[in-house]
Design a binder for this molecule. Structure first.
Ligand code: NAD
Length: 510
């Protein structure tokens, strides 16, 4: 159960429901958590945990709808995605306000997330093009071969807390290609998904095509084991991604499991610092560092090290911390009291181990929000290989270290157990090219601090940052949610079938 259960927050009036077979239903719960505003500590809603029987009914509803949905003409499915896109766009201010309340981001950050999230739906709406199969005639005498991209059935989508709109919308590709889904949002930030599912119902998706169940670990386990679930998309921490991947694939189902990150940013001596420093600072501390693409560890060429440190300290110092509704706020809270405790403990330990604290965010406070989970920007000069350098801390605890060469930086990056993204700041093309080829990460940024792929490019890391073969989004998502059924055909009639086969004089000419 999440930290909300133990926070002592008063029980709010709003009790969340599941969405199953086109109906909002009360949840026969096994436990409950309180969704809280991380900036104020105020309870927003009660989040019940669904029982196994409830999860069964959601999966059965999805399985029941699959037969009709897969037969629904592709242009009709695409049109429904367009309608959904329109409703999401119309509701973006309302959705942004929900994200700010349950996640703590600023309005600008929430709007940025929604812009990208809505692009997922736009991209999924291109399904008449992306779900095309392929045909080759005459692969043998009068024999043709083709493949058809078929949907498979019920997919589960499991989301983390940090992008409450973007990640649940991974379901767009599953549904557009003719599958049906059961979504499970994060128990820390479920409200955005609840509203997005309401909008999906308004868009006209038939009952059972999109279902949502609230829950926790037990819910994910039940979905992973359910015989009617064909595959599962997971996004969250590496620790859980590996567990989920092993469980789902152990059940002979498809799985793509996106994990955590510890991203390195290399600042070389040709970096245009005036242009790069705001980008670096935003990568390190934007969204209170609760982004999988956030820069975690900064490797800076020794000749410019002091200059970079000085500028970072100045920029972080000018960042206003507070409620996301305040347009001047540059940094919100971390998600929970448990997260705050974890990061504070990590800073304590790094300090005790001899690391130098350049910026110390412990003890930060915001006027009027004494119960918020505040941690100011923290910058630690640490050794690569130390605990604070190697462990993912999904909050504003960042490390910095000087390097003497690109090879030293690449060796440090490749020693990481994570392989999500790596960034280089340079104006030397050849150096950037070597970096791009040498780092063992799924994404690379060249003078771009958060190299997050847009909807029509695949996303996924390497090593413990991603378990699976097919990445998320774009054509990879279409591949993941469909199966290429191969059909080999010949005909025996006289209108172009095998009677019209090749003249023996043409056989064996090569
Ligand atoms: P998390 O792993 O704690 O939870 C993610 C989901 O898994 C939640 O829905 C949760 O209910 C469920 N869950 C938790 N424990 C489980 C267990 N033992 N078995 C099965 N399911 C379980 O992640 P979080 O704290 O919500 O999100 C932050 C993490 O997500 C960070 O590590 C971040 O790097 C990562 N993330 C990765 C990407 C990416 O694209 N790779 C994107 C966003 C976030």
């Amino acid at each position: 159960m999440s930290e909300a259960e133990t926070s002592g927050t008063d029980r709010p009036d709003r009790v969340l429901q599941n969405y199953i077979a086109g109906h909002w239903t009360d949840i026969a719960s096994t436990a409950e958590a309180i969704v809280t505003n991380p900036a104020t500590g105020a309870g927003i809603a009660v989040h019940p945990v669904s029982s196994t029987a409830t999860i069964d009914s959601a999966v059965e509803a999805a399985a029941g709808a699959f037969g009709q949905w897969r037969k629904t003409p592709v242009p009709t499915r695409a049109a429904m995605m367009f309608r959904y896109r329109h409703l999401l766009h119309e509701a973006r201010d309302e959705l942004a306000a929900i994200i700010v309340e349950e996640n703590g981001k600023s309005v600008a950050e929430a709007q940025g997330e929604l812009l990208r999230a809505i692009q997922y739906v736009e991209n999924a709406a291109t399904v008449p093009e992306t779900q095309k199969g392929a045909v080759t005639e005459n692969v043998a005498n009068a024999v043709d071969i083709e493949y058809i991209r078929e949907p498979l059935g019920v997919f589960a989508v499991i989301a983390p807390f940090n992008f409450p709109a973007m990640i649940p919308l991974y379901f767009s590709w599953a549904v557009a290609t003719g599958n049906t889904v059961v979504l499970k949002p994060s128990e820390l930030c479920p409200l955005t998904t609840v509203r997005m599912v309401e909008l999906a119902a308004e868009a006209g998706f038939p009952p059972g095509v999109i279902n949502m169940v609230l829950g926790d670990k037990s819910t994910v386990e039940a979905l992973s084991d359910h015989e009617l679930v064909q595959g599962l998309t997971f996004v969250g921490s590496s620790e859980v991604a590996e567990i989920v991947y092993r469980r789902v694939t152990g059940n002979s189902k498809r799985c793509q499991a996106q994990g955590g990150a510890k991203n390195h940013l290399v600042v070389t001596d040709t970096a245009v610092l005036d242009r790069c420093m705001p980008n670096i600072s935003s990568s390190l501390f934007g969204c209170a560092s609760q982004r999988c693409f956030a820069g975690s560890n900064l490797l800076v060429y020794r000749s410019i090290y002091d200059q970079v440190v000085e500028q970072l300290v100045a920029q972080a110092g000018s960042m206003k911390m507070g409620l996301g509704t305040d347009p001047d706020v540059g940094m919100g809270p971390v998600i929970s009291a448990a997260a705050l405790e974890k990061y504070t403990t990590a800073i304590d330990a790094a300090e005790a181990a001899g690391a130098r604290l350049i910026l110390d965010g412990r003890g930060a406070s915001v006027d009027g929000c004494p119960d918020g989970h505040w941690l100011g920007p923290t910058l630690i000069e640490a050794d690569p290989g130390s605990e604070v350098w190697t462990t993912e801390l999904f909050g504003p605890v960042r490390c910095i270290h000087p390097v003497d060469s690109i090879d030293e930086a690449i060796d440090i990056i490749n020693a990481s157990t994570y392989g999500h993204s790596a960034v280089i700041y340079t104006e030397r093309g050849g150096l950037a090219r070597r970096f791009r080829q040498s780092v063992e990460t799924g994404q690379v940024g060249i003078n771009v601090g958060t190299p997050a792929p847009i909807a029509f490019y695949p996303v996924g890391g390497r090593k413990s940052s991603f378990y699976g073969a097919l990445r998320g989004r774009g054509v990879d998502a279409v591949d993941f949610y469909t199966d290429k059924k191969v059909v080999v055909t010949t005909w025996h009639d006289t209108d172009g079938g095998d009677q019209a086969g090749v003249d023996p004089a043409f056989e064996g000419t090569v």
